[in-house]
Write a protein that binds this ligand. Structure first.
Ligand code: 13P
Length: 252
């Protein structure tokens, strides 16, 4: 009942020409598959190119971040209104790199989530613990805080589009992946926290993605787990064949 979502986070890679080269090669590779939704999240300068390339294909385009204001004197930022105008349907919120390098906090994540839902964007809210937090047994405390603050004041009736991505920070770009058992535990815990905040019905329909060194050879095992509803992929989403394999291997 939860359709898997496989999202590519290209981070600060690919010019518009490189994005076009990617979509030209990638889209035919996934044209026949229907089991998963696919979202490509390029940097802002490639968003118009990707939106145009995916039109009519069933693949969606997403932003990697946004501001929570509709407009204003916020130099360098992009608003949900602007994403709507471009035809962007998804937005990643609170990625650990945004938290680490750009001062994003659980409070700004909450404001951005509210703005995304108000503007009809599908929010992909990222949570996840650092290595020291896992090693000192604090993973669930961290997840509880991140999820509960992100969801504070969210109307369950408006929360249907919500997607959460569990990305253990120590697994991002490191080649280390959470074991299926670690991921299963974290996803189950996150779903219980969603239930506490928004009720059992929303918790049961919310997709929880796993992110952190997802590759073609581990996607199937991760996506087969009951509470894992797809993947948020960084490095391995930059090559069309590799990302297409992840999409195809995620069919369970
Ligand atoms: P990697 O797949 O490169 O580990 O990145 C994960 C990530 O941060 C996706 O948002």
């Amino acid at each position: 009942m939860r359709k898997p979502l496989i999202a590519a986070n290209w981070k600060m890679f690919k010019t518009p020409a490189e994005a076009t080269a990617f979509t030209n090669e990638f889209l035919p590779l996934v044209a026949a598959q229907t089991h998963a939704e696919i979202v490509l999240c390029p940097s802002p300068t490639s968003l118009p190119t990707v939106v145009a390339a995916v039109a009519g294909t069933g693949v969606s385009a997403g932003a990697q971040t946004m501001d929570y204001h509709d407009n204003g004197a916020y130099t360098g930022e992009t608003s949900p209104v602007m994403l709507n105008a471009l035809g962007v349907s998804h937005v990643i919120i609170g990625h650990s790199e945004r938290r680490q390098y750009f001062n994003e906090t659980d409070t700004t994540v909450n404001l951005k989530l509210k703005a995304a839902l108000a503007h009809g964007l599908v929010p992909i809210v990222c949570v996840g613990e650092h290595r020291e937090e896992r090693e000192s047994g604090k993973t669930n405390d961290v997840l509880k805080l991140q999820v509960s603050i992100a969801l504070e004041g969210i109307d369950p009736a408006a929360a249907k589009p919500l997607v959460i991505a569990y990305e253990p920070v120590w697994a991002i770009g490191t080649g280390l992946t959470a074991t299926p058992e670690m991921a299963a535990d974290a996803h189950k815990f996150i779903r219980a926290e969603i239930a506490a905040a928004l009720g059992a019905e929303i918790a049961a329909s919310t997709r929880i993605l796993y992110g952190g060194s997802v590759k073609p050879d581990n996607a199937a095992a991760l996506c087969a787990l009951e509470d894992i509803d797809g993947a948020l992929v960084g490095g391995a989403s930059l090559e069309p064949a590799s990302f297409a394999s992840i999409v195809l291997n995620s069919a369970v």
